[in-house]
Design a protein around this ligand. Structure first.
Ligand code: PLP
Length: 626
């Protein structure tokens, strides 16, 4: 089969999902293009360096330049469209750290030349936000349910010189905010989250609407204004916030929500509430599926359409009400981080789909062989049905002791053989579609990869999010194998069930024929938003090894690894579960010592067992196969 880089780009739809941050170089391996231009970093080269540093798979690679470029892109798009529409307000982006709280990620984002601020959604996140030095023109947004300590943290952030808005999520929060503010002698910017009637779209649609968990309804907002007025504090109320969920799938829902929010904004303004900011929350989606369209997890808009829609509606509604244009705050986390990191791992096993021939003389195997001989395109459906029937019958006979183990093994073998033969017929008959997935399911190769889906791509399991997966190398060669990806957890859910295809989604992935001993790295892309922190400890695999890559044209390969963070050792993970690694080794030693005492193990061997136990305890949690 003729195959070239262009075929591969289409097969894995790299230019579509990656928004041009990734491509394939002339060597046929995937490279990052952190500035969306000719500057590129080969992932294969990164892996060579990583290997030389004795860092093993699985591995998170972070491209810091992509983070920085993404911030630039967002501000640039807003600012260009603000100019285009003669919009009078400013754009003030904030990064919601819950999307990826890793210190290095936050530091990279705020090191941008643009005045990007930070958003916290909990007390602990607020503490994290408060320790960063931010651009003096930026703003911080403190959302989420608040106790007095959270409120104090907000005010401490203001004391440290940062402009900070505290967003009231529940009406009852107002009084504690005013009390703490009085006590600490400092006045915050007050905002409130509005519970809109219009809903979002996409996987988090339910986080919006009148029954959502957060926010004040109109009734409570009016009461809030009255309370503030009666306490001479209305001047503090400057910000209106709404959030209709993450990865919003349709532009219409953005339109409706912004319109409703702006009607509230302008009505309040005209009543004398000194609003200055509209905070449109998160929701700006990324193109995981590489195609703009209608599905739960796909988006149907381009970034600039989304932003232009918002600017136009805000302007139009403000003008109509003769209210000055508000400053626009967005809390775009997924957009900023999703693309900056990927997970690279290796193959542990490729499940043999071709079983052995066990030679049996059983009547069913004789029947089966006839079916195989007579298989033609015209009778494939009938043959398939008969084959399934004989297989089931053999199983029954086996239970009744009328077929032996090798008879069953032989029938299973012939059944697989038949499926492969049907596949080879390459049937064009439209009714074949009804059989296809059943045949496919039983003939795909299982590629077991050294990683945990629950730790590294949780959304693929939890909400069936499709994430781009591709081999790093060999893009000159035809990927001849039809495969499904499995992880190394002992959970039967530990598999990827949906993949990108050249035209949409499908239940398998094309990869090259490869064995575990081959150098065949496989990457999961777009894992930078939420996946790092939503990951869990299923089977105690824990955090991955991680490298932080920076572009530098003076360095060989145009990059350097600024930092290598080691993933979890088994003893670290165990100590989070209340095991004490020192005691563990000691307890193990005690059992060995007892055996030595009884003379069942020689002392020399005993010491060796204990050393081995301790050594493995200090090792990486993932499979050690490279
Ligand atoms: C989660 C969240 C965000 C981030 O949303 P993205 O879709 O990732 O940009 C922003 N604001 C609030 C209030 C959130 O809860």
């Amino acid at each position: 089969m003729n195959w070239n880089i262009q075929n591969s780009l289409e097969e894995y739809r790299i230019h579509e999902w990656s928004d041009d941050y990734f491509s394939i170089n002339e060597k046929g391996s995937i490279c990052a293009r952190p500035y969306k231009d000719q500057r590129s970093i080969s992932i294969e080269e990164i892996l060579k360096e990583v290997k030389a540093s004795k860092i093993s798979f699985p591995l998170v690679i972070r491209f810091h330049d992509i983070l920085k470029h993404r911030v630039h892109d967002l501000f640039q798009t807003f600012n260009t469209l603000i100019d285009k529409h003669h919009y009078q307000g400013k754009y003030q982006g904030v990064y919601p750290i819950k999307v990826n709280q890793l210190r290095e990620v936050v530091e990279e984002i705020i090191s941008s030349d643009h005045p990007i601020g930070l958003e916290a959604g909990s007390k602990t996140e607020a503490l994290a936000v408060s320790q960063f030095n931010l651009n003096p023109d930026s703003i911080c947004i403190f959302n989420g349910f608040k106790d007095k300590d959270y409120i104090k943290t907000t005010l401490l952030n203001i004391k440290a010189g940062k402009k900070t808005a505290i967003v009231i999520e529940k009406y009852q929060e107002l009084q504690s905010i005013l009390d703490v503010s009085e006590e600490m002698q400092i006045e915050p910017i007050l905002g409130f989250r509005v519970k809109l009637s219009s809903k979002g779209s996409g996987p988090w649609a339910e986080s919006s609407g009148e029954t959502s968990k957060f926010g004040l309804n109109i009734n409570e907002i009016l009461k809030l204004c009255e309370d503030l007025k009666s306490q001479n504090k209305l001047h503090l109320l400057n910000l209106l916030h709404f959030h209709i969920g993450s990865q919003v799938s349709t532009i219409t829902s953005v339109q409706n929500a912004t319109k409703e929010a702006m009607r509230i904004y302008t009505s309040l303004s005209n009543m004398g509430v000194p609003l200055k900011y509209i905070d449109i929350g998160g929701g700006l989606g990324v193109n995981y599926e590489g195609v703009l369209g209608i599905s739960q997890t796909a988006i149907n808009y381009k970034t600039s359409d989304y932003i232009e829609t918002i600017i136009k509606i805000i302007k139009e509604t403000a003008d109509e009400a003769k209210v000055s244009h508000p400053n626009i705050i967005s809390e775009s986390g997924r957009y900023l981080t999703a693309l900056h990191s990927c997970i690279v791992t290796n193959l542990v096993n490729t499940n043999g789909t071709k079983p052995y021939d066990f030679q049996s003389e059983h009547q069913n195997t004789v029947l089966f062989k006839k079916l195989l001989e007579n298989l033609k395109e015209e009778n494939y459906a009938e043959t398939f049905f008969n084959a399934k029937r004989i297989k089931k019958d053999t199983y029954q006979l086996f239970l009744e002791n009328k077929a032996k183990l090798n008879d069953k093994a032989e029938v299973d073998y012939l059944f697989k053989k038949l499926l492969f033969k049907i596949k080879e017929l390459d049937i064009k008959d439209p009714t074949f579609e009804t059989f296809e997935s059943e045949i496919l399911d039983q003939t795909v190769s299982q590629y077991i990869c050294n990683f945990s889906i629950f730790q590294s791509i949780a959304d693929s399991w939890a909400i069936k999010q499709v994430l781009p997966i591709a081999p790093i190398t060999k893009h000159h060669e035809y990927p001849s194998e039809v495969v499904k990806i499995y992880d190394i957890t002992c959970d039967s859910d530990g598999k990827v069930s949906q993949y990108l295809s050249p035209t949409g989604k499908r239940k398998f992935l094309r990869l090259h024929k490869a064995k575990p001993e081959d150098d065949y790295p496989i990457a999961f892309f777009m894992t930078g938003a939420y996946q790092d922190i939503m990951g869990d400890m299923h089977n105690l695999f824990g955090r991955l090894n991680e490298v932080h890559v920076f572009y530098d044209s003076n360095e060989p390969g145009n990059f350097y690894l600024e930092e290598i963070i080691k993933g979890n050792q088994s003893e670290q993970i165990l100590s989070t579960m209340q095991y004490n690694p020192e005691n563990m080794a000691f307890n193990y030693k005690r059992s060995i010592d007892a055996k030595v005492k009884k003379g069942e193990i020689t002392p020399r061997k005993g010491v060796k067992y204990i050393d081995t136990y301790e050594e493995i305890l200090k090792g990486y949690t993932y499979l050690n196969i490279s």
